[in-house]
Each structure stands twice: as structure tokens, then as C-alpha cells.
Design a protein around this ligand. Structure first.
Ligand SMILES: Cc1cc2nc3c(=O)[nH]c(=O)nc-3n(C[C@H](O)[C@H](O)[C@H](O)COP(=O)(O)OP(=O)(O)OC[C@H]3O[C@@H](n4cnc5c(N)ncnc54)[C@H](O)[C@@H]3O)c2cc1C
Length: 470
């Protein structure tokens, strides 16, 4: 039985205006921000509330129709590409900030709320929601929760996972459960909230979330340290942490990235140095001043050729915005941009950067590397052209080798972008057969008909390792 058999029932649930199956609508939702990946859904539904979501899911489960929940489609792992058809669920009607609780320091939101709207709403009350993916102007909180997204402030404040206190979830059989609460402590049973964070739409539909807030830092300062030696920049990252300073942001940009970002943002970034570290500290003014001075000394001790402190808030914001634009800036170079997010323990950053450069040379690719150095989370990025099959093969081989290097250094295949379709063939490298077995048992237990975002996370075939031993 296919979708045409239940079309009338779905329309009865959401209303004709919230059911789209024209060729145009299906094409619009056939792809996401992931390059070179497209598949048509059968229909696109926009439920108005949890009850409607539950009824849709129940019906789809009965008829084994795939469901792909979709926020803004900004994920980079093919997570919202409907590779097995079925229905795409949009949350454009479920995008409200429902409650800001200043006594419990929480905000309760619907899944379609835009991340930056949440951040701005709570900041207006002197509160702070730290997770700040560079896509925050467009990403939804439902997407952030399902990818466990990180951002520039991850080093000091953690990632989305660290701020999700409670969820309302529609299970794959249509039942509705509530996990967690506005609680600082809660050990009642398995931590279902954490199970759902990062589940990439494969275990159910999140219809509401309560997020933890913290007081907004009183002040912040930004500086840029310039290096002629990549490894000196990487060593500085370890040195700062070893001196027991945890900056809010500690980002790395190499020269190829600096050139494209400066060309795009035109804010006077240095393009004649090998790399920069972009460092932000926040907190009480005296702590910020002390940490900034100490970090400047540490940068110079590790051979920074110049340390530049942003004089004004506007200058500081311009630097942070330029960093956030790195992917968009790289995307201007060639028709296809492939960005990855292999992650290593921060002590291995220097070796990882060196390894990426060697791999770029081996496969004759131009790789721009930037990322959250303080988190060991790098984004090697290749501007390429999907129509050039020979180069695309080299890109694939190079990334397989980069993932392998990350695993060998004690790291992981993805730090914040998720597995989706793109990283599924590599997941076993990180988790082993037994780890995949545990995940499959959870998936099978909750979603025996495999209707929730099928084809994601679990690969049909594991990729062979490139270099068996290093
Ligand atoms: C320019 C750019 C910069 C980026 N920068 C960052 C960054 O700094 N850090 C970072 O971590 N990521 C970053 N990303 C990746 C991406 O923006 C994040 O993964 C983001 O969280 C996705 O949000 P979204 O609303 O677009 O979700 P989508 O892409 O629509 O969905 C993501 C996943 O969540 C699932 N999903 C969405 N809503 C629900 C729901 N209500 N219930 C169940 N499942 C759901 C989907 O099925 C999918 O698996 C960037 C992407 C771009 C294009």
C-alpha cells in the first residue's frame, strides 16, 4: 500500500492547505544543504500541532510509509534527503517560543523555532542560550537537537546536548512521551532525553523542547593571533588550555580559508600569514581582561607574529561573523563544496592539521581547513565540481583517509554534523560492530517498521579502511 491510498486521510488530518504533492513542492524538498544528493518525497506535510503529528505518524506506521522530519534542511550529511520517498514533515506552523521561565532559567520551544530567534529572545532578558551553530540564522532548534549541533562557543559552554532538559516526542507508533523536566537533577530511569538528542530523526519526531539557560556574560573581548607556522598555532591551543584558561571561542583558520573569507567579508583579515587563531573570552570584565592578557602572552610565546585585539564591539562582531561565513565563502569558489568535520582530542590538533595537508598533497586537492580548534573539531573543506568525476573520486578517497586519521588519533568521524547518509559507511570505524549492534537494537525496538528517516545513520555496507595501519 502506498501514499496514494492514505492521501485523503492525511489531508483530513492536516487540511488541504498543509498537504503538498505537486512536482514543484516535491522538488523543493528533494535535497538539503548536502552536495550532490537528491531524492523526491511523495508528499510534504505541515502539521499544526502535536496531535496532528501523532495522527500522521500512526497512519504512516500502519502503512509503512517513510517519514522525514525536516527543519531548515541546513544539515550537511544528507539527513533530510528523502532517499526512500515517503512524507517530509515541516514545522513551519510549530515554530513558537512557548515560555521563558526566569525562575527555573528555561525556555520552552516548538521544533520549528529558529535558533537565533531563541538566542535573541533570551538575551533580551539578560539570559544566555550558548549553542551557536554558524547556521543559527536559519537553523531550527528541532534540527539542532537532532544533530546535537555545536558552535563557536562549544569549548567553554558545550553543545546542544548540554542544554536540552526535556522533550516531547512522538514515537514511531504515534504515542506521545515526555522526557526529563525543568530539573537540575533527574535520574529516574534511562536518560531518554539524551537518547533523542543527536538521533537524526530516526527514533521519532520532537514536538517540543525545554532548554536550559544561563546568565548572559557581562562582557566579552575578541582577539586574532597571526602565525607563519601552522603547528605553532595548533600548539597554542594546547598551551592555552594547559594554562587552565577556557576561552569561549578558540577557532583556527588556515591561509586558504583566510583568503576566501577576506575576499567575501572584506574586513581586513590577514592573508599573508599561514594561519590565525580567533579567540573570544567572556565573563566579568576583570576576568576577561586578565585572560586576554595571559592568552596574548601565550600566543606570542608560541611564535604568533602578531596579536590584534578588537577595539570595539563592532570589530569583534565582524571577526566572529567572518568566521561564521567561512563555509559560505568557500562555496563561492567552485560549484560544489564538500565540508567535513572530523574531530580529534585537542592535544592532537597539530598532528591532524599536518595530516590533512599531506593528504591534500597526495590527492592533489585544494583543502581549506578551519574549525573549532579548542574542541579538536576541524572542517577540512574542498571546493570542487560534482561534474568532474575523476576529481570527486579523489575527494572521496581523501576524506576517507582523513576520517581514518582522525580515528587513529583517538577522534571521531563527525564532531557536530551528524552521520546521515554521508557518514553512515564509516560509522562502524568509530563504534565497532558491537556498538552498531546496540544502536540497531534501539532502532528496532522503537521503530520496528523502520519508518523514521530510513536509510540514515545505518549503512547498507561499511567502507573498507584506506590505510590499514599507519
Ligand atoms: C553554512 C552552514 C553552517 C553550519 N554551521 C554549523 C555549525 O557551526 N555547527 C553545527 O553543528 N552545524 C552546522 N551546520 C549544519 C546544520 O546547520 C546543523 O546540523 C543544524 O542543526 C541543522 O538544522 P536544520 O533546522 O537545518 O535541520 P535539518 O537539516 O532540517 O535536519 C537535521 C536533522 O534533524 C532531523 N529533524 C529536524 N527536525 C526534527 C524534529 N522536529 N524531530 C525529529 N527530527 C528532526 C532531520 O530529520 C535531520 O536528520 C551548518 C550548515 C551550514 C549550511
Amino acid at each position: 500500500m502506498g501514499l496514494h491510498d492514505v492521501k485523503d486521510k492525511l489531508i483530513a488530518i492536516v487540511g488541504a492547505e498543509n498537504y503538498e504533492d505537486s512536482k514543484v513542492s516535491r522538488l523543493v524538498y528533494s535535497y538539503d544543504a548536502t552536495p550532490d544528493m537528491q531524492a523526491l518525497p511523495d508528499a510534504v506535510l505541515s502539521p499544526r500541532n502535536t496531535k496532528e503529528v501523532s495522527e500522521i505518524v500512526k497512519l504512516c506506521n500502519e502503512h509503512k510509509i517513510p517519514i522525514v522530519p525536516r527543519g531548515s534542511g541546513s544539515n550537511l550529511c544528507g539527513g533530510t534527503c528523502p532517499i526512500e520517498g515517503g512524507v517530509v514533515l515541516l514545522f513551519k506552523h510549530m515554530n513558537q517560543i512557548l515560555e521563558l521561565d526566569e525562575e527555573n532559567l528555561t525556555v520552552t520551544v516548538q521544533p520549528g523555532a529558529i535558533t537565533l530567534d531563541i538566542i535573541n529572545t533570551v538575551e533580551a532578558k539578560g539570559l544566555f542560550y550558548p549553542p551557536d551553530p554558524s547556521s543559527m540564522k536559519i537553523s531550527t532548534i528541532g534540527g539542532n537537537i537532532n544533530e546535537n549541533s555545536g558552535g563557536l562557543r562549544g569549548l567553554k559552554y558545550g553543545v546542544t546536548r548540554d542544554y536540552v532538559l526535556a522533550l516531547e516526542v512522538v514515537l514511531p507508533n504515534g504515542d506521545i512521551v515526555r522526557t526529563g523536566g525543568k530539573l537540575a537533577k533527574d535520574v529516574a530511569g534511562y536518560d531518554l532525553t539524551r537518547l533523542y538528542v543527536g538521533s537524526e530523526g530516526t527514533l521519532g519526531v520532537i514536538t517540543e523542547a525545554t532548554l536550559k539557560l544561563v546568565p548572559k556574560p557581562e562582557t566579552k573581548k575578541v582577539m586574532l593571533a597571526h602565525y607563519q607556522d601552522l603547528e605553532a598555532a595548533a600548539r597554542t591551543v594546547s598551551s592555552i588550555i594547559a594554562h587552565k584558561i577556557i576561552p569561549a571561542t578558540l577557532e583556527f583558520l588556515d591561509q586558504p580559508t583566510l583568503k576566501v573569507v577576506e575576499d567575501f567579508a572584506q574586513i581586513g583579515l590577514p592573508t599573508d600569514v599561514q594561519a590565525v587563531l580567533l579567540i573570544e573570552q567572556d565573563g566579568p570584565p576583570e576576568v576577561v581582561a586578565r585572560d586576554m592578557q595571559k592568552m596574548a602572552e601565550l600566543c606570542k610565546a608560541e611564535q604568533a607574529v602578531f596579536v590584534q585585539v578588537a577595539e570595539t564591539d563592532a570589530e569583534a562582531e565582524a571577526l566572529m561573523t567572518a568566521r561564521r561565513a567561512a563555509l559560505s565563502a568557500c562555496a563561492r569558489l567552485k560549484p560544489t563544496t564538500i565540508l567535513e568535520d572530523a574531530t580529534v582530542p585537542r592535544s592532537e590538533i597539530a598532528r591532524m592539521v599536518r595530516g590533512i595537508n599531506k593528504i591534500a598533497e597526495k590527492y592533489q586537492l585544494n583543502i581549506c581547513t578551519f574549525g573549532h580548534a579548542g574542541d579538536g573539531n576541524l572542517h577540512p573543506t574542498v571546493p570542487t565540481d560534482a561534474r568532474d568525476h575523476e576529481e570527486m573520486e579523489r575527494v572521496e578517497e581523501a576524506f576517507a583517509e582523513i576520517f581514518e586519521l582522525a580515528i587513529d588519533l583517538g577522534g571521531t568521524i563527525t564532531g557536530e554534523h551528524g552521520v546521515g547518509v554521508m557518514k553512515a559507511p564509516y560509522l562502524e570505524w568509530k563504534l565497532g560492530k558491537e556498538g552498531i549492534g546496540v544502536m540497531k537494537a534501539i532502532k528496532q525496538g522503537l521503530d520496528p517498521n523502520n519508518i523514521m528517516n530510513p536509510g540514515k545513520v545505518f549503512a547498507k555496507e561499511t567502507r573498507k579502511r584506506v590505510v590499514v595501519s599507519r
